[in-house]
Design a protein around this ligand. Structure first.
Ligand code: ADP
Ligand code: MG
Length: 262
């Protein structure tokens, strides 16, 4: 049984005078403990996919399952990490890290213990009483990761979490995400625009078609997570392969952009 499954999923956004078909016929299974990267053209429904998995949207057609059960709302141990950090500037680092637990009604004592541990895991313990505005971009993103860790999430959904960071900070955070996955063994879905990031952090890389998004290709990446992978010939070969697949997809699909007048 897959930890996360999209079964012929379609999603249509209903606007005032038009509808947007974001996803159509999306089929994908992610195994328990498997890290998967998702890459595809802008507007092809990647964020929609994650919102469906997080239970923040319902599919128009088909079904989304977590551990075999249809997703019918947010779940205690599913965490969603966004690019814009989602931090509250008027709350301390410690409080921000505890937000997910607070929303889920976890008692204060337990919250304190869990957030202390998660801040330690991302190296922010001594900043617990600081405010997000006092942190660098990399540290703010660490805090967003800490919030997810505090939930002890078994399903980690990440929507381009590192795109706002400079290259070095970004690699640093990629190493952190890899290390956390090694330790926790959670199921992970990472949406990214970066070919290198997709290959570094995905045991499989899922390529989506232009909107309406569906799985265009899946690139297996069995060496992911091995020591020294980033510097290996396999890493470069896989990046080239993925680049070729994306070029092909971009060329075929442009015309499929769907804005249907009613
Ligand atoms: P991606 O993350 O791949 O860039 P999204 O999932 O954000 O794509 O969006 C897919 C498509 O659905 C886009 O065309 C986008 O404009 C549209 N869309 C996203 N959210 C909404 C919304 N709330 N209302 C209407 N259209 C939306
Ligand atoms: Mg998006």
């Amino acid at each position: 049984m897959s930890a996360l499954a999209f079964d012929t999923v379609g999603h249509v956004y209903e606007g005032v005078d038009r509808e947007v078909r974001a996803l159509e016929g999306l089929d994908l299974g992610v195994e328990t403990g498997e890290p998967v990267s998702v890459i595809g053209p802008s507007g092809c429904g990647k964020s929609t996919m994650l919102l469906l998995a997080a239970g923040m949207l319902s599919p128009t057609t088909g079904s989304v399952l977590v551990n075999g059960e249809p997703v019918d709302g947010p779940r205690r141990t599913t965490a969603l990490i966004l690019q814009e950090y989602g931090l509250l500037p008027w709350k301390t680092v410690g409080h921000n890290a505890a937000l997910g637990l607070e929303v889920r009604g976890v008692p204060a004592a337990e919250r304190r213990a869990l957030t202390a541990r998660s801040l330690a895991q991302v190296g922010l313990v001594e900043f617990a009483d600081a405010y997000p505005g006092e942190l660098s971009g990399g540290m703010r993103q660490r805090l967003a990761v800490a919030r997810a860790l505090a939930l002890d999430a078994d399903l980690l959904l990440m929507d381009e979490p590192l795109s706002a960071l400079d290259a070095l900070t970004r690699e640093d955070l990629q190493d952190l995400l890899l290390e956390l996955w090694r330790r926790r063994g959670h199921t992970a879905v990472l949406v990214t625009h970066s070919i290198e990031e997709a290959v570094f952090l995905g045991r499989r890389v899922v390529v989506l078609s232009p909107r309406p998004g569906r799985v265009a290709e899946v690139v297996d990446n069995p060496e992911m997570g091995e020591p020294g992978f980033r510097q290996s010939p396999e890493f470069y070969a896989r990046c080239s392969q993925l680049r070729a697949v994306l070029a092909e997809e971009g060329a075929v699909g442009r015309l499929a952009a769907e804005v249907m007048p009613r």
